[in-house]
Design a protein around this ligand. Sequence first.
Ligand SMILES: NC(=O)c1ccc[n+]([C@@H]2O[C@H](COP(=O)([O-])OP(=O)(O)OC[C@H]3O[C@@H](n4cnc5c(N)ncnc54)[C@H](OP(=O)(O)O)[C@@H]3O)[C@@H](O)[C@H]2O)c1
Length: 354
Amino acid sequence: MTPAGRTGPTLAVVGATGAVGAVMLGLLSSRQDVWGEIRLIASPRSAGRKLVVRGEEVEVVALDEAAFDGVDVAMFDVPDEVSARWAPIAAAKGAVVVDNSAAFRMDPDVPLVVPEVNAAAARIRPRGIIANPNCTTLSMIVAVGALHAEFGLTELVVSSYQAASGAGRPGVDTLRDQLTKVAADPSLGTQPGDVRRAAGDFGPFPAPLALNVVPWAGSLKDDGWTSEELKVRNESRKILGLPGLRVNATCVRVPVVTAHSLTVHARFENEVTVTAAHDLLRAAPGVVVCDDPAEGEFPTPADVVGTDPTWVGRVRRALDDPYALELFLCGDNLRKGAALNTAQIAELVAAELL
Ligand SMILES: NC(=O)c1ccc[n+]([C@@H]2O[C@H](COP(=O)([O-])OP(=O)(O)OC[C@H]3O[C@@H](n4cnc5c(N)ncnc54)[C@H](OP(=O)(O)O)[C@@H]3O)[C@@H](O)[C@H]2O)c1
């Protein structure tokens, strides 16, 4: 029992001070409380800082082995290399790790879990680690998984419209700084290079993001693909259990603070209709259909930011292919795309422990 009289498994939040960590503390404060002690962990830079979770101030402790003493579940919201080093240490000390980084997602001994799609996979975790998918895949897979269960998915062609916060706090700071700079000159956006010269620091992006779209997210991989595009392919295949699924993604960064959007061309084994797709999506947990074009109703990132579900609109049957659907999806990359999915997985584990 904690000093506040709480019983339940002990939870560690590693990376509590980051962009995902901040959303996680909000979620832990608002979701049904299944936890006993919640321990907040970050780098030594943040040790001693006080953060509020469940209405109480909790002091942040530095990441070291002792920080995992007595911990039942450890969420990791830290850079890949920090997870790669410390998640196995936490697991060796008896904690079940739920990792938000890319360090273990494609490890065959680590399940990659989206509770609405493959919750049972969370129970088979030979390394004591469960991985959380990347935010772009998560923003579409709940809806696509529901359609796959009925129609049998064979191919995805995806374009993403990704928010600045997908690049962490530095991404948001860069976008806001550039927006301030370009707002000062109403003539910008009319001559080649004028925005580039006015925007100043590009931060984590390879081109100005304000007044622009940037066809790049992640790092360069073979044959011109980016790491982010390959994640969409590899992680979709693993979550859906479809190792041969045809997936092609183009990831694009847009000047939105938070909430990723995607256009999806999904092809199936069976013929599809818009009515059947609407019915399936309306019944799917974690999905909201917002699709009345005659009334101008479709999801936009500015309208869905801060909400939990995957929002689906613009559902159309492909004009030349009765087996394919066209969709527009939006989801908050820091909530379902990161912290919420991690919290849901951790709650599955807590239910096992209880
Ligand atoms: N942003 C997204 O949309 C998103 C979505 C899905 C997954 N993710 C993944 O989630 C993870 C966190 O992302 P973020 O956007 O929250 O990053 P962030 O804002 O940069 O926060 C990073 C966190 O990691 C901590 N940290 C860094 N180095 C550390 C070290 N050596 N030891 C202990 N703690 C350390 C930081 O603590 P200090 O404050 O003490 O430095 C901070 O709490 C990353 O793996 C990212 O890829 C992000």
